[in-house]
Ligand binder design. Structure first.
Ligand code: ADP
Ligand code: MG
Length: 335
């Protein structure tokens, strides 16, 4: 089997969106980069005090690390790993914040007719994208598909605990946790008096305020087929923008591109889109909606995004054609 792997070990090339901007005005820009959640996290703060800016960045980085330690599906000590190990035998107390996140994932699953489904883990595990990826045997995928189904997550509201209705089920919050973590980290920055900042976790961005001397931050969206090139740019403030694409984690075997966004109904990489970019009030919503729309495909995905209030999106289909949720969003794009 001819198998070409296109991989960026630290996600630098994979970053779906990156900033284009520079210094100006009275405040200075402070920027730090770290690898967290298996991706490149870049935090930029505009502030008159370097000490305050760096303290904010440190606190935000720690928050991202905390969430990764809590929700990673591959860390043996994480809460998600515990749920996956023990959740079929009884309900696991998860605390208010994770309980609420898991409720959000189920809401996203029903809103997207199951296109978004965090119980994808038994199938996602077979593809092994963390180690470069491999095509699993069809019989193996078929044997795991009955374990995929968000309806089989059991919730106990009074104990704030969760479990599974079927033995062998597992959670993978990879399509929502990064956005959720970015929102939490931005709350940390705000609580420390930061008013102008960007947190970028490998293409999941939350933005507050503006760049010094401007009333917006300029954000570039990665072209899904030209590494390092921009598809378009947006001038944004106080919002979140997230891109999901088939170019972030993928390999090519016998001429077919296999990537990490899976169709829960078949267990195969979702076809029809190259990338989906979503602008929403929170990075959590933008992250989950970008994945959901990607799985739904260009037509249904666009209808899904349009039905959600306050949300705008851009889908690049498998031929490279661009589909916008609305003309106002298209006009915002600086191509
Ligand atoms: P990225 O994290 O690379 O930005 P996404 O947000 O689209 O991309 O999330 C993809 C990840 O989500 C996969 O690596 C996998 O862990 C998980 N996943 C894959 N397919 C689905 C799906 N249909 N619903 C929910 N999660 C998914
Ligand atoms: Mg996502």
């Amino acid at each position: 089997m001819i198998c070409l792997r296109y991989w960026s070990s630290c996600g630098v090339i994979a970053a779906a969106i990156f900033m284009v901007g520079c210094l100006s005005g009275k405040e200075d820009l402070y920027n730090e980069t770290k690898i967290i959640m298996g991706t490149v996290v870049q935090i930029t703060v505009a502030h008159h005090s370097e000490e305050q800016a760096r303290a904010g960045i440190r606190a935000a980085m720690s928050e991202l690390q905390r969430v990764d330690d809590l929700l990673s599906v591959s860390k043996p000590g994480s809460l998600v790993t515990k749920i996956n190990r023990e959740g079929s035998s009884g309900k696991i107390p998860v605390g208010a914040e994770v309980f609420s996140l898991l409720r959000d994932t189920v809401a996203m699953s029903s809103a997207s007719d199951g296109a978004f489904d965090a119980t994808i883990w038994p199938v996602a595990e077979l593809w092994d994208f963390d180690k470069g990826g491999m095509v699993p045997k069809p019989t193996l995928i078929a044997s795991k598909l009955p374990l995929v189904g968000y309806q089989n997550i059991l919730f106990d509201d009074s104990a704030m605990s969760v479990g599974f209705a079927r033995q062998g089920m597992g959670l993978d919050l990879g399509a929502i946790a990064k956005g959720w973590a970015v929102d939490r980290a931005m709350e940390k920055l705000k609580s420390l008096g930061i008013r102008n900042a960007i947190i970028d976790a490998g293409g999941d961005l939350r933005i507050i305020g503006a760049r010094p001397g401007k009333d917006f931050w300029k954000i570039g969206v990665q072209h899904p087929r030209e590494p390092g090139a921009l598809l378009t740019t947006f001038s944004l403030r106080d919002t979140a923008i997230v891109t999901s694409g088939d170019y972030e984690r993928f390999f090519i075997a016998e001429g077919i591109r296999y990537h990490h966004i899976l169709e829960p109904a078949t267990g195969q990489p979702a076809r029809g889109c190259r990338s989906v970019t979503v602008v929403a009030a929170t990075a959590e919503e933008a992250d989950a909606c970008a994945t959901a729309a990607f799985v739904l495909g260009p037509q249904k995905g666009l209808a899904f995004l349009r039905a959600r209030p306050g949300l705008q999106g851009l889908i690049v289909d498998d031929r490279g054609a661009l589909h916008w949720t609305d003309e106002a969003f298209e006009r915002m794009a600086g191509r």
